[in-house]
Ligand binder design. Structure first.
Ligand code: BJW
Ligand code: ZN
Length: 261
C-alpha cells in the first residue's frame, strides 16, 4: 500500500491528484513540523527540539508544574514570546487557501502556537490546547493572557495567580496524562472517520490519542497521505509518503492539482 515520493522534483501520482481535486471532505492533520519553517522548533529533534535541554516529564506534565511552577511557566513564556515573533509559513498559508478549493475541510492540529488561525484557517480543532488560553491550575478559571514577558534564555518566571482562588495560572495546553478537550476530540475523530482523504503533515505520530486519527482513517479505508522529510511511526500505514518539507511539498502538490492555485 505504501508508496514513496521524493521531492523535488515532484511529479505527483495522478490518482492522488484526482482524489484531491474530487475530495468532498478533506481532513488536514498537522503537527510541530508544519511550524518548523516558521522558526518554531519541533519537540523531538535531538539537537534543536524543544526538549533537547529537558526531559518532557520535567516540563509537559502536571507533576512538573507542581514541582517547579516557575521553571514550567518560564519555559512556556519563552515559547509564547518566540511564537509572537514568528509568522505563518507557506504550509500554513496553503492549508488556509485549500479550504476554498474543496467543499469541506476539517483542520485538526496538535500545535498550540495559533499559526493556522493567523494564516486564515477558521475553526481549527486544537487537540492539545493553546498557548494563549491560560487558566488556573486549581479551579480552572480562565485568565486573559498578558503580552509574553520572557527573555531569550528560558529563565524561571513565577506564574501569575488566579483572581478567584489565588492558585497558580498554568498554560492552557494538554500535558501528558491529561484528557484532550472532549468536544474537540469527538469532532476530530468523527471527521477522521467520515472524510474521503486525509493529509497528515509534520507529525512524528508518536503521541496518542492524536496519532490514532490517521490510523482510524486507514481503518475506514480512507487514503491518508503523509508529508514529512523524515520517516515516522506512521509510514507503513500510509497510502503515500511524500518526503519533503511541508512548506515546499504542500504548495507544489496543490499547484499540481489546481494549476491556478
Ligand atoms: C517536518 C518539518 C517540515 C520537521 N515539514 N515535517 C497509547 C500508547 C502509548 C502511550 C499512550 C497511549 N495513549 C496515551 C498515551 C500516553 C501519552 C502518550 O501518547 N505518550 C507517548 C509519548 C507514548 N498521551 C497522553 O498522555 C495524552 N493524554 C491521554 O492519553 O490522556 C488519557 C486520559 C483520558 C481521560 C482522562 C485523563 C487522561 C495527552 C498527550 C498530550 C501531548 N502534549 C504535548 C505537549 C503539549 C503542550 C506543549 O506544546 O508543550 O503535545 S507532547 C508534544 O507531542 C505536543 C505535540 O502536540 C505532540 C506531538 O508532537 P508532534 O507534533 O508529532 O511533533 P514531533 O516533534 O514529535 O515531530 C515533528 C515532526 O515534524 C517530525 O516527524 C519531523 O520529521 C517533522 N518535520 N520539519 C514537515 N519542515
Ligand atoms: Zn483559581
Amino acid at each position: 500500500m505504501t508508496e514513496t515520493q521524493t521531492t523535488p522534483p515532484m511529479p505527483f501520482d495522478d490518482e492522488l491528484l484526482t482524489r484531491l481535486r474530487q475530495s468532498q471532505h478533506l481532513v488536514v492533520f498537522t503537527g510541530a513540523g508544519v511550524s518548523r519553517e516558521s522558526g518554531i522548533p519541533t519537540f523531538r529533534d535531538a539537537l534543536t527540539g524543544l526538549w533537547s535541554q529537558y526531559e518532557p516529564e520535567d516540563l509537559a506534565m502536571p507533576d512538573a508544574f507542581v514541582r517547579d511552577p516557575s521553571l514550567v511557566w518560564g519555559w512556556y513564556e519563552w515559547r509564547r514570546a518566540l511564537v509572537a515573533r514568528c509568522e505563518p509559513n507557506p504550509a500554513h498559508l496553503t492549508i488556509a487557501a485549500l479550504a476554498n478549493r474543496v467543499p469541506k475541510l476539517t483542520l485538526i492540529t496538535q500545535n498550540v502556537d495559533g499559526l493556522h488561525a493567523r494564516a486564515g484557517s477558521p475553526d481549527v480543532l486544537e487537540l492539545h490546547g493553546s498557548l494563549e488560553r491560560p487558566r488556573c491550575f486549581d479551579c480552572g478559571t480562565h485568565c486573559p493572557p498578558d503580552a509574553p514577558m520572557a527573555t531569550d534564555d528560558q529563565q524561571r518566571i513565577e506564574p501569575p495567580t488566579c483572581v478567584q482562588c489565588g492558585g497558580f495560572i498554568r498554560p492552557g495546553v494538554v500535558w501528558f496524562g491529561e484528557a484532550l478537550p472532549v468536544d474537540v476530540w469527538h469532532r476530530a475523530k468523527r471527521a477522521a472517520q467520515a472524510c474521503d482523504l486525509m493529509l497528515s503533515v509534520g507529525t512524528s505520530g508518536l503521541v496518542y490519542p492524536a496519532a490514532s486519527l490517521p490510523k482510524e482513517a486507514v481503518f475506514q479505508q480512507i487514503p491518508v497521505v503523509q508529508i514529512n522529510p523524515e520517516p515516522t511511526a506512521l509510514d507503513e500505514t500510509m497510502w503515500h509518503n511524500l518526503h519533503g518539507e511541508a512548506g515546499v511539498v504542500l504548495p507544489s502538490l496543490l499547484k499540481s492539482a489546481w494549476p491556478d492555485f
